[in-house]
Design a binder for this molecule. Structure first.
Ligand code: NAP
Length: 309
């Protein structure tokens, strides 16, 4: 079967459709017949070599993390899903490669798909929703009465962060590009600022949490917008910022939880309509290379880019 992969770190031209044979199952692994995948910034960051010290130099490497599909085989110690279940999930980023006809993955990286979500909608959830959960529920501890500002409230992570914060009873304001402002307002963000004018939100008062999804705020800028006891949450790590996040009580780094730490809860929230994935563009898998290259070069529709298999 075909898999999007690469043989060296670099630009989009390194990707190709390789012939791929999924490995035999270990006891806790499942094989998933992939029906849809979603493109995350992580996919091209890994291929560019941004984490090469962590993921190593064994090639070929597969592209892609987030998927939805159907279990076509399960190892003997798998208990959370069964043969024939429709599932969605992600992969260990050190062994990425979801953009393939079938994948083998440890069962802790996936859970059952909510029935009312399509495969394409479910594939939009894992990395963005677990990251939003880590930021809004775990780090910001959003609750009724919290004031939260989300920089990049229209992106995949930002939109789920808005939905989680509002569900917790927080009030949410945020920033995004001009074109996305009406959609952000409709989602409950109030007020919405255009990020082209960052001075506008700097004077929007003090917040209990600032969540910078876009990675465009300086730490001092974020801290200056906080109430006493507030927290500034970042998801775009640099080595210096990771260290600072570990040492500071007010500046925190949040990460996607690639295992199923929160995936079943996210599935439940999607089932209840609290989390609502937005597909911006859906393309056939045969157009994966162009779709990834376009996303990487800055194309953003009104939601996630999905590839259907
Ligand atoms: N730490 C982790 O585990 C983790 C997990 C997931 C993602 N991330 C990182 O988080 C970032 C966002 O991911 P995503 O999937 O949400 O991406 P995305 O869907 O492309 O969203 C990007 C968001 O940033 C906004 N934006 C762009 N330029 C901006 C600016 N100058 N000021 C403020 N906002 C700006 C965009 O607004 P418009 O669309 O309106 O222009 C959009 O809301 C990526 O860098 C990704 O690598 C990290």
């Amino acid at each position: 079967m075909k898999r999007v992969q690469y043989d060296r770190f670099g630009g989009p031209e390194q990707m190709y459709f390789g012939n791929y044979v999924p490995p035999p199952l270990e006891r806790t692994q499942v094989r998933v017949k992939v029906k849809a995948v979603a493109i995350n910034p992580l996919d091209w960051k890994l291929r560019q070599g941004a984490m090469k010290l962590i993921i190593g130099r064994t090639f070929p490497k597969g592209v892609g993390s987030d998927y939805a599909g159907t279990i076509e085989a399960a190892g003997e110690d798998v208990t959370n899903v069964n043969f024939g279940d429709d599932v969605f999930g992600t992969m260990d980023f050190k062994n990425a490669g979801a953009f393939a006809g079938s994948i083998v993955v440890d069962c802790r990286y996936l859970t059952r798909k909510p029935a009312q979500l399509s495969f394409s909608e479910a594939a939009c959830l894992p990395i963005p929703a677990t990251t939003a959960w880590a930021a809004i529920i775990d780090k910001a501890q959003a609750r009724s009465g919290s004031r939260i500002f989300i920089n990049g409230c229209s992106g995949a992570v930002g939109a789920f962060a808005v939905q989680l914060a509002l569900a917790r009873g927080a009030t949410v304001s945020g920033s995004c590009g001009k074109a996305a402002m009406p959609k952000a307002r409709a989602a409950g963000v109030d007020p919405v600022f255009n990020y082209a004018d960052s001075s506008s939100y700097r004077s929007a008062g003090k917040f209990d949490a600032i969540f910078d999804t876009a990675g465009t705020m300086s730490v001092s800028e974020g801290l200056s917008m906080l109430n006493r006891g507030g927290v500034f949450i970042d998801i775009n790590p640099t080595p210096g910022r990771v260290v600072r996040g570990m040492l500071s009580g007010r500046y925190k780094m949040a990460f996607a939880t690639m295992g199923t730490e929160h995936l079943p809860e996210i599935a439940q929230f999607a089932h209840e309509g609290v989390l609502r994935p937005t597909i911006g563009l859906e393309k056939p898998f045969s157009e994966a290379l162009t779709a990834i290259a376009n996303a990487e070069s800055g194309f953003r529709g009104p939601g996630r880019i999905v590839l259907a298999l």
